[in-house]
Ligand binder design. Structure first.
Ligand code: FAQ
Length: 311
């Protein structure tokens, strides 16, 4: 690529300008954004599955209505992000096909099962909490359509996080059995939530270039630290124990010291060997196959209209 063009592009980024779809951009910038926005969109779509599992079993009509609204929001976020990624020259169908045949990823967290109602609390509190921690800075990301999509998405994620914490409050302040369920959900979802921020900075292949291009605004470890610092007092308020014996306040750094997740498990989940990888991809493949008649019908209708117009 022309070094002058590259330098001018970097100067725009450094000056805090937004890059728009029709602007010149390096091929690597485009490729990384398609990967990240596409993965992000897939995560929202696949992320509906663990919670969808509990819609029919929500304990009250009110909880059911709230959960239904939340899951519908995730679908909206997915569609928003697919549209954003399409401005980079890839189609939603192409991204979907890459998800379905394993060429594209979605967040590791959605390969873990949601075993009890308390998991709906823990997912909202921890998973949406981690998502917001990562996405608030992305409102300032250099690619205009991505940054703008993040504004609304973050507002909705905040509601999601609060509804999750509200469930946790009810459970943690409820009967001993309910509190036990809440603790169990925290025990199972704590480390997978820490994995959402990606591998340690030393292992992160994309961070350096993505930060230079302001596709990412913080490193994986920075955001993980912020998440732990924010979440530990929330667990204390609930009267629950974070499942990490090494957790300790570090006065010098003004943050908690905490145990790293099991990175072997993380990479194994990425390779497709998590508890629910097969089930999640099977569900998405089934949805795609079951929707074929709708796509075919719409194409046939469009074709008829086209012929009608010509005639
Ligand atoms: N899972 O070099 P890095 C939500 C991969 S929020 C799977 O550090 P990068 C809301 C990475 O792709 C969740 N793969 O990568 C919701 C790369 O592999 P590749 C989604 C992961 O991109 C809540 C390799 O590891 N949020 O869904 C993960 O610079 C509740 C090396 O890693 C976003 O996507 C992982 N956790 O940083 C919905 C936010 N971490 O592609 C329903 C936007 C890393 O070269 C219910 N994305 N990998 O084959 C990002 O900010 C970044 O992409 C990171 C990863 C921070 C996730």
């Amino acid at each position: 690529e022309d070094p002058e063009k590259l330098a001018a592009f970097q100067a725009r980024i450094d000056a805090g300008e937004k890059i728009e779809p029709k602007d010149w951009m390096p091929a690597g910038y485009r490729k990384t954004l398609i990967r990240q926005m596409g993965q992000h969109a897939h995560s929202e779509i696949v992320g509906q599955l663990p919670e969808g599992n509990w819609i029919t079993r929500a304990p009250t009509l009110e909880r059911k209505a709230i959960l239904l609204a939340k899951v519908q929001d995730e679908a909206g976020h997915g569609l928003y992000l697919y549209c954003g990624a399409e401005t980079l020259g890839v189609t939603r169908d192409e991204m979907t096909e890459m998800l379905l045949d394993g060429r594209m990823k979605y967040s590791s967290i959605f390969n873990y099962p949601t075993l009890t109602w308390a998991d709906m609390g823990a997912v909202g509190w921890l998973v949406d909490g981690a998502a917001i921690m990562n996405q608030v800075p992305l409102q300032r990301t250099s690619y205009g359509p991505y940054a703008r999509a993040m504004v609304r998405i973050c507002k909705e994620e905040s509601f999601h996080q609060r509804q999750g914490y509200d469930i946790m409050m009810k459970m943690a302040k409820g009967t001993p059995a309910q509190k036990k369920m809440a603790q169990d959900a925290l025990n199972r979802l704590w480390f997978p939530s820490l994995m959402m921020f990606g591998p340690s900075d030393a292992e992160s292949t994309h961070s350096e270039q993505s930060m230079a291009w302001k596709i990412k605004m913080n490193t994986n470890d920075e955001l993980r630290q912020k998440f732990v610092d924010q979440t530990v007092p929330q667990a204390e308020y609930l009267g629950l124990t974070v499942p990490d014996e090494t957790l300790a306040w570090n006065e010098d750094k003004g943050g908690y010291d905490f145990a790293e997740p099991d990175w072997n498990e993380f990479f194994d989940v990425l390779r497709g060997n998590g508890p629910c990888n097969t089930e999640r991809l099977a569900a998405r493949n089934k949805a795609w196959d079951d929707g074929k008649w709708v796509r075919d019908g719409m194409l046939a209708h469009a074709e008829k209209r086209r012929i009608g117009k010509v005639a």
